[in-house]
Ligand binder design. Structure first.
Ligand code: BGC
Ligand code: NOJ
Length: 811
């Protein structure tokens, strides 16, 4: 069942009823100011850091879910409704929510009034703009009131939801003209405030929540709105809010627009005050005056559209499969931008209070983002590597505002640092920018310790080699990619973190997955050093890769598939000898991607086992059989009921690993079948089962051992976005940046037909037409570039800013 449809021409998903199976959200903002906005206008916004600089309050795990947002109430002769349906939930005559690239539009109507709410975060501005255009479609004059509403967060979102003994006393606001100012803590250590303004005279306002709502009412029944009278309240402590009240009269056919701006403003320390206790409003006035007219708002919307059109033109596919086109051209790339911006910090499932940016998460997010804005990828690489430790290990997470490693979680995830090499290799292959390797980057942000990024890569590589176990396989530490396989953390105390509890290092627990990752990234590492003039290091690296491959083949192969790990007692995990957890997805994907066992048939056997034991109609589960009881030696994985999350869930992130592995052995039909099972555009039809947004990936879909098999959770912030784009763009469609050019190596279903990819690469645009007359799944027979045959399958770097016609014939 569907709850809307794609509008590809406008690059929008159109939600046609408000009661979607879960809030279906959009992300606004691309730079420093970000908002989450649901299909009922719920959500929140923040500046730079979802924990530390939160502008509006949001209650997690609320009843009903998704209560709180930026709400516009219309009181039309006693009938109160919202263009986003919630919170009043009055039956609307029509409703539509269009989530587009960086904006959302609500179009709803009731009793002869139509309201269009256009919400977006403009490029280059630290604010949300909400334009409310209201039209009288009735035959008689309409006289009604509009009330706006936002609830302010007292900046630090964690403190805001816990420290009430203080917080109920510190709320402070000001009003001047039509602009409401939230200035809690501005009198002391903050030099920033929030402003909520509207471009029209107001007839009343509220800044105190209880006065506006009434203590015993929810957002659905604000006293001020229902009584048609703003209270002109001024918050003093308790809960500061912003609400404007505006009377509107419209003749039949007449329309009026109101532009609301909710923004973040800073003042220099010595210019905080206009007069004692009166804040300096200059930055706010500047912000409000930038979005005070329809023409300004239209121009900002045009800029936003041009921005996205420009970014998306870096990779554009025309194939016979409309669903594939829309995922590749629009939604997968859009999600990659969001995961790049947020890492795993703020979503409807990640509160934005813990976590921050993940080291491995952000490093992997680069894979789907680097072709969009390489310069930002460069900055991110330098930020991530600056949190690395001198021994090559890494802080698992860092706060985006401070860019400092998070001490609570610390380090000890032994795969982390290898992802840095992965990300840097992807960046250089995309850009040819070798200079990044010479950037001086500190360890743990201590400037005096700075060494070249190249040296950081060496420490990353060596960290694995310095931590090998009894089988010469990498020690796992607290966990590897699978945060929940905690082989050295035996937790018996409820509530403690499975990753950080009394962590002992057995010196025995090893990860075959890290071994596969090491072998996969080793050749690129060696090449980076060879080209940087370190031939010996390159040779050494390749030798270590061979040793690791040998270790995998000797002690990491289980007969039909790759083993997952050895636990702290040296016992096998992911082996047919195990009662549960006999087979895990991760090493099958990574070892095959690394080329291990490809020439001897082991790779094929591993992938066949994946299909035989792990595959379901909704995607491939992580492990089989799921653990049915808690196992001290395994940790969090066995804490989840069977079929959920890392315990037998369809953990979407590593489905693309299998799909890529299939392309490595040339099985295009299989690769595509894996790709489409978790791909949202293909699951749109089963939205009532899947429940999360049909335009973005979710982290997890419940596996076949779960009662709710097929139900997705944790949409938006998942490495699935980057990996899916990396897979489909570089391995299935096979347009793959390499150090020296653009490799063309598609692996597609036999019946896929011809397709064209327009790819901007190092300044030039390659228009690549791929023909497949004999229905091959892999293999390129010939390539021409502007009519001239190309030897091999790597297009040279033209570097001339021009368009080039490429013709590829598979065969
Ligand atoms: C979650 C994992 C996550 C880990 C570390 C666990 O509770 O299930 O998905 O990676 O925490 O934050
Ligand atoms: C989510 C985490 O963000 C990611 O880093 C991890 O690899 C997966 N969970 C699997 O545990």
């Amino acid at each position: 069942m569907k709850f809307g449809h794609f509008d590809d021409a406008r690059k929008e998903y159109v939600i046609t009823r408000p009661d979607t199976p879960y809030p279906w959200i959009n992300y606004l903002g691309n730079e420093d100011f970000f908002s989450l906005i649901s299909n009922t206008s719920g959500g929140y916004c923040f500046y730079k850091d979802a924990r530390m600089l939160r502008l509006t309050r949001y209650r997690y795990n609320n009843v009903p879910t998704d209560a709180g947002g930026r709400y516009f109430y219309i009181n039309d002769g006693g009938t109160v409704w919202n263009p986003g349906w919630a919170p009043a939930k009055t039956q609307l005559d029509f409703y539509e929510c269009r989530h587009g690239l960086g904006y959302s539009i609500f179009n709803a109507g009731k009793d002869g009034l139509q309201a269009i709410q256009t919400s977006f975060v403009p490029i280059g501005a630290n604010c949300e703009v909400h334009r409310l255009t209201i039209k009288n479609t009735a035959v008689a004059t309409k006289d009604f009131q509009v009330f706006s509403f936002v609830e302010f967060c007292l900046w630090n979102a964690y403190d805001d939801m816990t420290n009430f003994q203080r917080n109920f006393n510190i709320g402070e606001v000001e009003i001047s003209g039509s602009a409401i100012y939230h200035k809690s803590e501005y009198r002391e250590r903050r030099n920033h405030y929030a402003v909520f303004g509207v471009n029209a005279p107001i007839d009343g306002f509220d800044m105190d929540r209880e006065s506006f709502l009434g203590l015993y009412n929810g957002f659905d029944r604000p006293d001020a709105v229902f009584s048609g009278k703003a209270r002109n309240s001024v918050a003093s402590g308790w809960a500061p809010v912003g609400s404007h009240c505006i009377h509107v009269t419209l003749a039949p056919g007449e329309e009026k627009s109101l532009i609301f701006v909710l923004g973040y403003c800073e003042n220099p320390e010595d210019q905080k005050w206009e007069s004692p206790n009166v804040i300096n409003k200059a930055p706010a006035q500047k912000l409000l005056s930038a979005f005070a007219t329809d023409a300004q708002v239209d121009a900002a919307l045009d800029r936003l559209q041009a921005y996205w059109d420009g970014l998306l033109s870096n990779y554009h596919l025309e194939s016979k499969d409309e669903k594939l086109n829309r995922m590749v051209n629009i939604w997968n790339q859009y999600q990659c931008m969001v995961t790049f911006n947020m890492s795993r910090s703020a979503s409807y499932f990640e509160s934005g209070i813990g976590r921050g940016m993940g080291f491995r998460d952000s490093a992997q997010d680069l894979l789907g983002f680097v072709h969009l804005i390489p310069s930002r990828a460069r900055t991110r690489i330098l930020d991530i590597s600056a949190t690395q430790m001198a021994d090559g290990s890494a802080y698992h997470q860092y706060q985006p505002l401070t860019k400092r490693g998070n001490l609570e979680v610390g380090s000890g995830f032994n795969d982390d640092s290898l992802w840095l090499i992965f990300g840097v290799a992807a960046y250089i292959k995309e850009t040819g920018d070798w200079s990044i390797l010479q950037e001086q980057v500190p360890f743990e942000n201590v400037e005096a310790t700075a060494v070249s990024l190249l040296e950081h890569l060496k420490r990353s590589f060596d960290h694995v080699l310095n931590h090998l176990g009894p089988h010469k396989l990498p020690l796992i530490g607290r966990a590897d990619w699978n945060d929940c396989l905690n082989l050295n953390c035996f937790s018996e105390t409820p509530g403690e973190s499975f990753q950080t509890c009394a962590n002992f290092e057995s010196g025995i627990a090893e990860s075959v997955f890290i071994a596969g990752l090491f072998v996969a990234i080793g050749p690129a590492y060696a090449e980076i050093f060879r080209r940087s003039g370190f031939a010996e290091e390159a040779k050494r690296a390749l030798r270590e890769v061979r040793n690791m491959t040998a270790a995998i083949l000797k002690d990491g192969w289980d007969g039909e598939w790759f083993l997952r790990a050895y636990d702290a007692f040296g016992d096998k995990i992911g082996s047919r000898e195990c009662g549960e957890g006999k087979l895990f997805i991760e090493p099958q994907g990574f070892c095959v991607m690394a080329g291990v066992g490809v020439d001897t048939g082991l790779a094929e056997s591993a992938l066949d086992s994946v299909h035989k034991y792990l595959d379901t109609q909704y995607g491939i589960v992580l492990n089989w059989p799921s653990y049915t009881s808690y196992q001290l030696n395994l940790g969090e994985i066995s804490s989840y009921p069977p079929g959920y999350k890392e315990n037998g869930g369809i953990f979407c992130h590593n489905n693309p690993w299998i799909s890529i592995a299939e392309t490595v052995i040339g099985r295009g039909d299989q690769a595509f079948s894996v790709y489409r099972k978790t791909c949202p555009a293909y699951t749109e039809e089963i939205s009532e089962i899947h429940r999360t947004e049909p335009y973005v990936y979710a982290q997890m879909i419940a596996g076949c051992d779960a009662t709710r098999h097929g139900e997705a959770k944790n949409s938006w912030l998942t490495g699935t976005a980057a990996w899916s784009f990396y897979n489909v763009s570089q391995f299935i469609l096979g347009i793959r940046p390499q150090f020296d050019g653009l490799e063309i190596d598609p692996c597609i279903p036999a019946a896929f037909g011809s397709f064209t990819v327009e790819r901007r690469f190092r300044g030039s645009t390659y228009v690549i037409e791929v023909e497949n007359p004999s229905g091959r799944q892999k293999g390129v027979r010939s390539i021409t570039l502007d009519g001239t045959p190309v030897a091999g399958n790597i297009l040279p770097v033209c570097g001339d800013g021009q368009r080039h016609a490429v013709h590829v014939c598979m065969g």
